[in-house]
Design a protein around this ligand. Structure first.
Ligand code: PLP
Length: 313
């Protein structure tokens, strides 16, 4: 597919979402994007990625996402075949070519594989790809209005001593099996513990508990989410004391309010834990304030960057 792709090719949207992918140096529609089966990103989950969203034609906190991605790539001793300016240009181009006003934009670096399929990761040729698909939410509109009912899984999150959770990764089997446990229990989502009585995070989100006007988000064993960081900054702006610190399951259950944070929807309320109401069982006032300010920031040039739609080609 030529670099000059102007519009996504018509594609079967019952199989793939609409969108555009940059892979192996060219732009293509999502249904044409392929990685070789020998890529260790697939065979060994040997990859890192990041996701930034676009809302009403603007990237939200693009710098923070790109920074985290570059740090993750370096931590895994991979080499990105593009520099930072080129990476950002590609992300803009993806959204411009797809023509999206709201989008979910993922950048990925995989280990790739060596031409001889050597087992030595140093011999692998790393692969970079990125794609833009429509914006998606962790919770539906109805769930966001009433708050989610979340299961606390017996499965502990993979140990931070084994896999560094601050390097955004695809080691998701604990999270995915946790989701099945939640669905089996009749719940809508899941939070995993650290195996020592503290909560960590869920599939694609961090967690905040509010008690007596103070917000706490687990400090360890979690991805340092950009939305988590944003929520901490917004709490500071709102005069709400907030910290990253250990958060026990007991403390979570005794919270007045809980909200999750994710690029896929921002702060969103959790109003039940395993069917039991959190506080009065309704989304709380601090959750509402943080959420409102979060969405306000999307038009603020200090927090967001206009997509360069002239790159559509
Ligand atoms: N925790 C995990 C495991 C995630 O995968 C994600 C996002 O995908 C998050 C937390 C939330 O991070 P962010 O706010 O940067 O989207």
């Amino acid at each position: 597919m030529p670099d000059s792709l102007q519009q996504p090719e018509p594609q079967d949207e019952t199989v793939f979402p609409p969108g555009v992918c940059f892979i192996d140096g060219a732009y293509t529609s999502m249904d044409q994007a392929r990685i070789p089966v020998l890529d260790w990103g697939f065979l060994r989950s040997d990859a890192t990625y990041d996701v930034v969203h676009v809302w009403q034609g603007r990237f939200f906190r693009l710098d923070a996402h790109v920074e985290r991605f570059l740090n993750s790539v370096a931590s895994l001793r991979m080499t990105l075949p593009v520099g930072r300016a080129e990476l950002e240009r590609i992300l803009h181009t993806l959204v411009a070519k797809a023509g999206f006003r709201d989008a979910y934009v993922e950048m990925v670096c995989t280990r790739g594989h060596s031409p001889t399929f050597s087992r030595d990761p140093r011999e692998a040729r790393n692969r970079f790809f990125a794609f833009a698909i429509p914006f998606g939410w962790i919770a539906s509109e109805e769930q966001r209005a009433r708050g989610l009912d979340v299961h606390i899984a017996a499965i502990p999150r993979i140990s931070p001593e084994s896999v560094d959770p601050t390097v955004k990764n695809y080691h998701w089997l604990d999270l995915v099996m946790g989701l099945y446990a939640a669905y089996d229990a009749g719940r809508e989502n899941v939070v995993l513990t650290d195996g020592a009585g503290n909560v960590t995070e869920g599939p694609g989100f961090n967690l905040f508990a509010v008690k007596d006007g103070r917000a706490t988000t687990p400090g360890r064993g979690v991805l340092q989410g950009v939305t988590r960081r944003t929520a901490l900054e917004l709490c500071a702006e709102l005069g709400i004391p907030a910290e990253a610190a250990p958060l026990s399951v007991e403390a979570l259950k005794a919270s007045d309010e809980i909200f999750l944070t994710s690029t896929a929807g921002g702060p969103m309320p959790i109003t039940r834990l395993d069917g039991q109401p959190v506080g009065d069982g309704r989304p709380g006032p601090i959750t509402a304030k943080v959420t409102a300010l979060y969405w306000d920031k999307h038009g603020d040039p200090a927090w967001s960057t206009a997509v360069d739609y002239s790159l559509a080609g």
